[in-house]
Design a protein around this ligand. Structure first.
Ligand SMILES: [Zn+2]
Length: 241
């Protein structure tokens, strides 16, 4: 695990990169801020699963984002989870960078709506926000803290400069305590998974309402999911954030 910090100010924001070793956009984000660290007082950046990055794999022993709160003497990822938590406790905000093969642009994922997470969402371009039910997020990083947002980018979109630019803009504004004009966003309350044997209507996309199943899919057809077609929300709500 690589950790670097601009200590000109107390730690305001932590950006966690590469919980999943095959999501190399996290490496771009880490390298960018490493190179320009002096411009970001109060920022800490963490490159998490270096072993999995080197192996070009999602994880070595256990999926890190399902291994929290972790164990000191557990699997490679459980030990990482344990060490990571002690590193992020003092931040006001946390960004957790991910990519997906599913057809989205960038969607922020949270576990609760509160002052810290709303502040981060306010700075995101996405009009959709995903709120994971406690049961679904118990073992994930954002399930352990209440000031973190996972930013889920499509892996192709993440190759474009504007994906990195969005992370940079969010970072700058969080560090300077700046806000954007709130906009109406749709919050999707995720509380289940879609079984892989379910036949979905043709051409259905993330966030489309599927009437006969009474759900809204998210991270549909993500390739690393073996036993499910994706997540599903049973309700949505509009919020000005
Ligand atoms: Zn991921």
């Amino acid at each position: 695990m690589k950790i670097i910090q601009n200590k000109k100010k107390k730690n305001i924001l932590t950006i966690v990169c590469c919980l999943h070793g095959d999501e190399i956009f996290g490496l771009d984000v880490f390298n960018y801020f490493k190179k320009h660290l002096e411009d970001y007082p109060g920022l800490k950046i963490i490159l998490t699963n270096e072993k999995a990055i080197a192996a070009k794999k999602r994880f070595i022993e256990t999926d890190l984002n399902r291994s929290f709160p972790g164990k000191k003497n557990g699997s490679h990822e459980e030990a990482l989870a344990h060490d990571l938590l002690s590193e992020i406790n003092v931040s006001d905000y946390l960004l957790d960078i991910h990519t997906t093969t599913s057809k989205i642009k960038m969607t922020p994922i949270i576990v609760s709506l509160n002052q810290a997470t709303e502040k981060i969402i306010n700075l995101c371009s996405s009009k959709e926000v995903v709120l994971m039910h406690g049961n679904m997020s118990k073992k994930s990083l954002i399930g352990q803290i209440d000031f973190g947002v996972s930013l889920e980018f499509n892996f192709e979109y993440a190759k474009q400069r504007k994906a990195l630019t969005e992370v940079i803009e969010i970072t700058k504004k969080l560090l300077l305590d700046k806000k954007q004009k709130p906009k109406t966003r749709k919050v999707f309350f995720i509380d289940k998974k879609i079984d892989k044997d379910i036949v979905l209507p043709k051409g259905v996309e993330n966030f489309d309402f599927i009437k006969n199943l009474d759900l809204y899919p998210f991270l549909l057809y993500e390739k690393s999911y073996k036993d499910t077609l994706g997540f599903a929300a049973s309700k949505t709500e509009e919020r000005k954030i």
